[in-house]
Design a protein around this ligand. Structure first.
Ligand code: F6P
Length: 328
């Protein structure tokens, strides 16, 4: 009697960790198991794929992780995948491990890697997960909501002390290439100014916004700065320092940094991670791959990986203009 080998999914998390990745892993595993497919968890992202660093995942091994930030599989930014040798090694491992489909959870770098592997014939499904929230295939990526809440909580606290001392705070939030997190945190935090990589802004014009806030009698000013903006917090602080007599407020700088990546995933991240992880497993079982999954207009939506060209999700400029109007 010929017994058929069980079909197999591999799952990995890659790039910057994002709260909700564990909920997505859990959903992939349990949905695949429901179809009697096996799941291998690849440790440390694409690095673990190349090095065949993996573990079998069963229903119990993903128990008690839905509320945990980070990723139980570990992650990495894998330089080796960028080389032809690294890519060939990854393709070889996908064959050796008998993965029918590999599900990768991450942001732009992860999607770049997924496209490369797909071009070399691998069956790949990607899931949008990045606190930068800049993948064009998803209105909201796993982790973005929790990171935003964390940034907002910090801004709310900073406003209290800023008011007490009549200070301007430069609050730097993450966003190497894009300002989605800064824009959302800025508008929700009632910032006096928001500084973003996507919008050309001169330090002098930002200083003028602060002076105007002071002249209007404000007790504080909050400037939310994306780390990737031409004038990041340090550059702006330098500029402001040389004009400090004019500024009115005393100046302080707070960089939120990796704090934004930690913490338990909030409800929305757990829900979309569960939906996207389950949908990825369903697509794999249906023999559909070469896709990336995200949330568009509130619904799980698939986009061909080949349709991505490395472009980032465009910023909502109306939101930026609204923030400026409301910062009076
Ligand atoms: O995950 C995206 C991100 O958080 C960016 O906003 C930030 O610039 C980068 O990761 C930091 O990367 P690392 O953790 O490798 O220093």
């Amino acid at each position: 009697m010929i017994t058929q080998e069980p079909r197999r999914i591999g799952v990995l998390t890659s790039g910057g960790d994002a709260p909700g990745m564990n909920a997505a892993i859990r959903a992939v595993v349990r949905s695949a198991l429901a179809h009697r497919w096996e799941v291998l968890g690849i440790r440390q992202g694409y690095t673990g794929l190349i090095d065949a660093n993996f573990q079998r995942l069963d229903a119990r091994s993903v128990g008690g992780i839905i509320d945990r930030g980070g990723t139980v599989l570990g992650t990495s930014r894998c330089e080796r995948l960028k080389s032809d040798e690294g890519c060939s090694a990854a393709i070889r491992q996908i064959e050796t491990l008998r993965l029918d489909t590999l599900i990768v959870i991450g942001g732009n770098g992860t999607h770049e890697g997924a496209r490369k592997l797909a071009r070399h014939g691998a069956h790949i499904i990607a899931i949008a997960s990045t606190i930068d929230n800049d993948l064009p295939s998803s209105d909201v990526a796993i982790g973005a909501t929790t990171a935003l809440d964390t940034a907002l909580d910090a801004i709310d606290r900073l406003r209290v002390t800023a008011s007490a001392h009549r200070r301007v705070f430069l609050v730097e939030v993450m966003g190497r290439d894009s300002g989605h997190l800064a824009l959302a945190a800025g508008i929700a935090g009632g910032a006096e100014a928001i500084v973003l990589p996507e919008i050309e802004q001169e330090a002098e014009a930002i200083a003028a916004q602060i002076v105007a806030a002071y002249d209007r009698g404000k007790s504080h000013a909050i400037v939310v700065v994306a780390e990737g903006a031409r004038y990041n917090a340090d550059a702006l602080a330098n500029h402001f320092h040389t004009h400090r007599e004019r500024l009115g407020f005393e100046l302080r700088v707070t960089k939120l940094g990796h704090i934004q990546r930690g913490g338990a995933p909030r409800i929305q991240d757990r829900i979309i991670a569960s939906q996207l992880g389950a949908a990825a497993a369903e697509h794999a079982v249906a023999g559909e791959f070469g896709l990336t999954l995200g949330i568009v207009n509130g619904k799980v939506t698939s986009t061909p990986l080949a349709a991505l060209n490395g472009a980032l999700r465009p910023l909502d400029r109306r939101l930026f203009e609204l923030a400026q109007t409301l910062a009076q």
